[in-house]
Design a protein around this ligand. Sequence first.
Ligand code: ARG
Length: 461
Amino acid sequence: MRLWGGRFGKDPEELAQEFTRSLPFDGRLAEHDIAGSIAHVRMLGHCGVLRTDEARQLETGLERVRAALAAGEIEFDPASEDVHTEIERLLAKEVGPLAGKLHTARSRNDQVALDMRLFLREEIDGICEGVAALQETLVSQAEKHLETAMPGYTHMQHAQPVSLAHHLMAYFWMFQRDRERLLEGRKRVNLCPLGAVALGGTSFPIDPSFVAEQLGFDGLCPNSMDAVSDRDFLLEFLGTASLAMVHLSQLCGEIVLWSSAEFRFLRLDDAWCTGSSIMPQKRNPDAAELTRGKAGRVFGRLMGLLATLKALPLTYNKDLQEDKEAVFDVVDTLGLCLSVCREMLRTATFAAERMSSALSEGFPTATEVADYLVRKGMPFRQAHAVTGQIVQYCEKQGGGFEELTLEEWRSFSPEFDEDIVKIISPAGAMRAKMSPGGTAPARVKEQIEQARKLLAPAAPP
Ligand code: ARG
C-alpha cells in the first residue's frame, strides 16, 4: 500500500523505496500517530467535514489498532513507506475503504510535525524525571558529607578546602538549570501544527483548536508554512540535551579521576566496575568513561541536524526526515546516561579520610593566612606577597604551615599570633566560609533545604 501513486506509470525502484522509507525508525511514533488521528477524526466529525457515524467508526477502528499494538499483536508490514502509511493500512483492515477518509484535510507534513511534538513532549517529561532522580541522589550523598573536607581545585591544583557536600551540590545546580531549560523548551514544543495540512491550510471548515485541546496543547502554530517546516523545537532540545551531557561528562570525568590510585577519593561499587582481560587487578570505571564518551555522540546529533536544516527552503523537504534518528538517539542516550549515573553515584563510597589527608599538601589554607593579615590591617596585596614568601620558605624546608614555629611566622610579619594555628586548619577554613553560597556546612545546609524544596513533587523547577 502507498498513499500516492495515481500519477505514476510504474512502481519506484526497490532501492529508491528502501532509501526513502522511514518505517524502520518512525514506527516508534505509532502511538502518537494514532492519538493524533483520533483527535483529527473527532474534529472532522465535530465540524461536519465527516458524518458523525463515519467519524465514530474511524475512531473505533483506530482504538482497535491502538489496543492491538499495545498488546503486541501487530507486526508492521516492512513494505510500508512510513508509520503514517502503516497506521492507515492497519485501519483499513478494521474499517475497510472508509479508512480512506481519515486523511481528509490533513497531510503527512502536518501529521509528522504533530507526531514529533507529541513524542518529544512525553520524552521531555521522562527525561526531567531522570534528571530529578539524579539530583535527588546528589543531595542524599551531599547530606552525608557536610563536614567532609577535601581540596577544592582550580587549574587542577589545590586551591582551598571545600566540603564534599558543596562539591556535589555544584552538580545539583547544573542539573537544575538543565531541567529548567528542558521545561522552557517544552513550551515551544507544546503547540499544535495540525491544520497546516500540506503547507497553506485547507478550504475545509476545520477547527484546529479542537484538536489542540484534545491533545493537551497550549496553543496553535500561528503560520501553516512555519508549522510544517519548523524543527527548531527539536534543535533546542538537542542543544539542551548537549548541555546536560556536558554536565554528565564533567561529573563522570571526576568519577574516573577520583577512582584512580592517585586520588582514591571515591570507590565505585563492584557492580559498577569492569575488569581487564589481562590485568587481574583492574577495576575500571567503564560506565563513567562511556557516559563521558557518549557526550560526543549527542553533540554530533546536534551538529548533524543543524547542518540538515541550514538553508532549507520552505516548506517541507524530505531532508526533514533526518530529524527522527537524531532525536530518538539523543532521547535514548541521555535517558540511559542519567539512569546509569544515578545508580553509579548512589552506590559509590567516598573516602573522607583520604580527602582530608590530601589537604595536608599544596597549602590550601594560604588564602586564610593572607586574610588573617588583612584582618590585622595589612592591605590584601601586601598580605598576599607575605604569604607567598611563607609558602616558598615552607617548600624549601620541605614542610607545611603546621611545622612553623611562632618565631618563624613572626619573622615574616610581627602581626602573627598564636591563633594562626587555628587559621591554618583546613576543616576550620572550610567552616569559616560563611558567605552566601559558601562552603561552610551551615551554608551548604541551606542549599540542601532549597534543593529539597525544588525536588518536591509539586514544586516547579
Ligand atoms: N517520513 C516522513 C518524515 O519523516 C513523513 C512526512 C512525509 N511527507 C512527505 N511530503 N513526503 O518526514
